[in-house]
Design a protein. Structure first.
Length: 90
């Protein structure tokens, strides 16, 4: 991939690109979302490291959002990764 993911300190988010139908779609996920969804008990988690470990699931969430009509840049939220959370389905 020509555009590696990176952590953008000013926005507090990891920015990354997902290939969808041969096109790169820009997306981001906040460090709080990464922490809450994947490392909620950690005190020293690094957002870029957490993203890289879970990139497959996170990229699939971007694909679902785009399939649902979202346009880039796609900003993922907690419930994009865990759809049941907040909907009374937990």
């Amino acid at each position: 991939m020509s555009n590696p993911p990176f952590f953008h300190e000013a926005s507090g988010a990891v920015h990354f690109w997902v290939s969808i139908d041969g096109q790169l779609v820009g997306a981001s996920i906040g460090k709080e979302t990464l922490h809450y969804c994947y490392r909620s008990t950690a005190i020293d988690d690094e957002p870029l490291d957490t993203y890289q470990v879970h990139a497959k699931d996170i990229d699939e969430a971007v694909r679902r959002r785009v399939a649902g009509g979202s346009v880039e840049p796609v900003m993922l939220r907690d419930y994009d990764l865990h759809p049941a959370v907040g909907k009374g389905i937990e």
